[in-house]
Design a binder for this molecule. Structure first.
Ligand code: PMT
Length: 412
């Protein structure tokens, strides 16, 4: 276990009344061993399963339990721990605490603290299978997930109530690993500035029409959001889309390929990496009519001229920046992706088959192959764009790590 990772981190562990409460003792112990300062909060029901004294001894701090008690160590406010926490972990989380949190009920110290804190929240549900599978519990979990609360999936197995099924608390080591992963993820791109392009471009024909493409921006916005969560400074150059700009991201909105080119070049010298997931028009109408083009009986012929290849230009001007391209292909994916990797002087390229129904444009999922400069490649199964965004950023982090160790990963 990485002992430094949790050094200086303040973690508030909320213990609720379930048979798995005894496992929370080991969770607290492991968090402390990993360097965290741990404060435990118990519901009254939890004290029926494990004593306050046990947690006090294991955490090294008084246990907060009664909303009205005068806990010596914390100031007057009953929610003092809400502001102190860098992360709050509810283990085990009963169906009751999930339901209260989903509806905003704050009728004891723990639920008041959950409601008041701005710290990331992790819930490790543990309960009888019937309760876990009840539509009410499922709906509550889904509400919590939508609010960005982390749910540590319960395991399947033999439950205390005598049945086999889902609802068992995962092993303490696995729970602590989720916390470690969270902190390592949130810090992994600190100090890095990343430029992401997203969405499609629009090439005007006249004041009301344009040539566009099917990109929705989902892939690029997922990357920008994940990069900010990992601590990077993120500039998002985006074509028109209805997706809101993720918190913490600086967005530059553009329409045409040439506007995108200008925006990207103005930021290029100051960034550490560019991830170019935008779908850029290769051609634009030679002329833009200043008035709406009127229909006539005959055919209409448009003359198109080449747009700049932005990524190619970046490859030519590259200094220390890592360049990550995308390749949208409908056939011969590997051949075309490798050509683009080479021609545009990229470090790696993420290729998607955009003829698939569940991948590429407009979907929430994607299935990609990644090709690297040194000839390596990897195929990834279908996954959400959010998950793929994290994977691409892991590869980028891995690239920097290997470079700092002096290994030339992608020799020129
Ligand atoms: O936005 P979504 O709906 O989520 O869809 C995601 C996506 C399908 C758009 C995305 O996954 C994707 O494949 N993006 C790249 C689309 C594309 O333009 O690919 P390309 O193979 O034509 O271009 C190769 C690379 O060169 C791309 O990184 C592209 O941004 C860049 N390029 C292309 C043309 C051009 N004139 N300038 C460029 O910079």
């Amino acid at each position: 276990m990485d002992t430094k990772l949790l050094q200086g981190k303040k973690i508030v562990v909320g213990v609720t009344g379930g048979i798995a409460a005894y496992k929370a003792v080991e969770v607290v112990s492991r968090l402390r061993k990993a360097g965290a300062e741990v404060h435990v909060m118990m519901t009254r029901e939890a004290t029926e399963f494990v004593t306050e004294l046990t947690f006090r001894e294991i955490s090294g701090h008084p246990v907060a339990q009664d909303m009205w008690a005068k806990v010596q160590e914390y100031k007057v406010e009953h929610i003092a721990l809400a502001t102190l926490a860098d992360l709050m972990l509810i283990v085990p989380a009963t169906a009751n605490v999930l339901a209260k949190t989903a509806t905003g009920i704050a009728d004891d110290l723990l639920t008041s603290t959950i409601l008041a804190t701005k710290a990331p929240l992790f819930f490790a549900p543990a309960m009888n299978t019937g309760m876990y599978e009840n539509p009410a519990t499922k709906a509550n979990i889904s509400v919590l997930k939508d609010r960005g609360i982390h749910i540590i999936e319960p395991a399947s197995g033999y439950l205390a109530c005598g049945v086999e099924g889902k609802g068992r608390l995962p092993e303490p080591a696995e729970i602590v690993q989720e916390v470690l992963d969270y902190f390592s993820e949130t810090q992994s791109l600190q100090g890095k500035k990343i430029l992401v392009t997203a969405g499609g471009t629009e090439e005007a024909l006249d004041p009301v029409r344009f040539l566009g493409n099917r990109s929705t921006g989902r892939m690029g916005y997922a990357i920008a959001e994940a990069a900010v969560r990992r601590g990077a400074e993120v500039v998002l150059v985006s074509g028109p889309t209805s997706i809101p700009v993720p918190a913490g991201v600086r967005a530059i909105k553009v329409r045409s390929a040439r506007e995108m080119e200008q925006a990207v070049l103005s930021e290029y010298d100051s960034v550490d990496a560019v991830i170019k997931s935008a779908a850029v028009a290769d051609y634009r109408p030679k002329e833009i009519s200043s008035q709406k083009i009127k229909k006539s009986d005959g055919e209409l012929t448009l003359t198109l001229v080449r747009n700049p290849d932005i990524l190619y230009e970046l490859g030519q001007r590259k200094k220390n920046q890592v360049l990550v391209g995308f390749a949208a292909e409908t056939n011969d994916l590997e051949t075309y992706a490798r050509k683009k990797l080479e021609k545009k002087n990229l470090d790696f390229i993420v290729a998607n088959d955009v003829s698939a129904k569940d991948a590429g444009f407009g979907t929430d999922t994607n299935r990609v192959q990644i090709f690297y400069r040194d000839g390596r490649e990897e195929s990834q199964p279908l996954m959400s764009k959010a998950k793929l965004a994290g994977l691409i950023l892991d590869r980028l982090r891995g690239y920097w790590d290997e470079m700092s160790e002096g290994i030339e990963l992608f020799p020129k």
